[in-house]
Write a protein that binds this ligand. Structure first.
Ligand code: IMO
Ligand code: MG
Length: 418
């Protein structure tokens, strides 16, 4: 069985938690898009782990954790993440962690360019400054360095020079730090020393697992509305974190995927700039941020918060071909007396239920729900308070997708299966 876990809002919906939960019965878990712009938190056995590049299954010894071809890898970040997770008592070895040789390397100049490009923009994206965009750009330009290049024995200072030349001209002109080909080459050789045991062709591992009828989980990063084609361009990331892009980034064809789980929160949050029709720039927004601990795992930035937007979820259901939903933070939203949900937009004096090109002009149309529920004694769906069940039922009705997982706390045990 192949199952995908994808984000269907603006990221930070709890994909790590859902993937980790699912990896309980899986043999293989693959991270498929993005890089360390992701921040996936798992709370298991009373311990909290924050992952940026490693699949959240890494804390399970019996699972093969794969960093897939669609990922962009900052080797320094990966090396230090491996160290941190090891120090937390998790075993990491080449029988457990596999890095695709096809994954592209985030080079030092990508991070510098990320800063510069933001500086040059009048309308800033609010990127994570991790070099994600410039790395994917060079990948598309076919000038990138891949993980395999580090171990191929064929990497030369000349090849490094080819990737650096354009960047250095611009960086120098704009008064930014420039990069020396020899220093960058030496850095690549240092990365090779530390990561060579993990870099491989991950395709045969996945194909063998499929042949053996093993369970494979694709752990998506980012989310549909950060997708370069389906999100709020240009306020998006540089990859396709939708279900098709995620499957492709793992090396798996769409017809082989059995389930696509869309992960969402009971409200919305967003870091970075871009349209957010249901945003609450008031006390209510602050309240949701505080109760939901809405501060970035990757950058620590306070997240913008607002009401749940079901127009987005319905669209996400189609684009991703969702088979079920996972709703997190059902405990958080229940702490409010009254909850609003966006069920349409007023747009050009008309009421619409789709996402128009010009999202800034959308004014949400709300339906109000009774909140004030407590999920702390709920072990199964039947135990949930009536108001919470009403909320869930409405989401299912509106989107046409069944809710399968309900998150009522940060710990993996705080998951109700419906
Ligand atoms: P996870 O996997 C939330 C956002 C950034 C910015 C935009 C572009 O934890 O859900 P980038 O650095 O990718 O060029 O930034 O995308 N962004 C995320 N927001 N969660 C993420 O990942 C994100 N990854 C990128 O904040 O608005
Ligand atoms: Mg996150």
């Amino acid at each position: 069985m192949i199952k995908e876990i994808v984000g269907i809002q603006w990221g930070d919906e709890g994909k790590g938690r859902a993937s980790h939960y699912e990896s309980k019965n899986a043999e293989v878990v693959v991270r498929s898009t993005g890089g360390n712009n992701a921040g996936h938190t798992v709370v298991a056995n009373g311990k909290k782990y924050a992952m940026h590049l490693l699949p959240s299954s890494i804390i399970r010894d019996e699972v093969k954790s794969i960093i897939g071809p669609g990922v962009v890898v900052d080797p320094d970040v990966l090396i230090s993440e491996i160290e941190t997770i090891r120090k937390a008592g998790v075993k990491i070895n080449p029988q457990k962690l596999f890095i695709s040789g096809k994954a592209h390397v985030i080079m030092p100049h990508h991070k510098e360019l990320d800063l510069l490009y933001e500086e040059m923009k009048e309308n800033k994206i609010g990127t994570t400054k991790r070099g994600i965009g410039p790395c994917y750009s060079e990948k598309s330009d076919r000038t990138g360095i891949r993980m395999y290049d580090l171990i191929s024995g064929k990497l030369t200072t000349q090849k490094i020079e080819e990737t650096l030349e354009k960047a250095n001209i611009l960086l120098k002109q704009r008064g930014h730090k420039t990069f020396d080909k020899k220093e960058v080459y030496d850095l690549c050789m240092k990365w090779k020393e530390q990561l060579q045991d993990y870099i491989c062709d991950t395709q045969p591992i996945i194909m063998q697992a499929y042949k053996n009828k093993e369970d494979i989980i694709i752990e998506g990063a980012q989310a549909l509305y950060l997708d370069i084609d389906h999100g709020d361009y240009p306020f998006v990331t540089s990859s396709n974190p939708n279900a098709s892009g995620s499957a492709s980034g793992a090396g798996i064809g769409p017809t082989l995927v059995d389930e696509v789980v869309g992960v969402m929160k009971s409200y919305c949050s967003r870091v970075g700039e871009g349209p957010f029709p249901t945003e609450l720039e008031n006390e209510m927004g602050d309240k949701i941020r505080e109760i939901g601990h809405e501060y970035g795992t990757t950058t620590g930035r306070p997240r913008r918060c607002g009401w749940l937007d079901l127009v987005m979820i319905k669209n996400a259901a189609f684009v991703n071909g969702l088979t079920s939903l996972c709703i997190n933070h059902m405990d958080t939203i229940g702490k409010l007396d009254e909850i609003k949900v966006c069920v349409g937009y007023k747009y050009n004096n008309k009421e619409i239920d789709y996402i128009p090109m010009n999202r800034e002009k959308c004014e949400p149309v709300y339906k109000t729900f009774k909140g004030n529920w407590d999920t702390s004694n709920s072990k199964k769906y039947e135990d949930l308070p009536e108001n919470a069940k009403e909320y869930i039922k409405f989401i299912e009705q509106y989107t046409g997708v069944k809710v399968k997982y309900i998150g009522i706390g940060a710990d993996e045990k705080d998951t109700i299966i419906k």
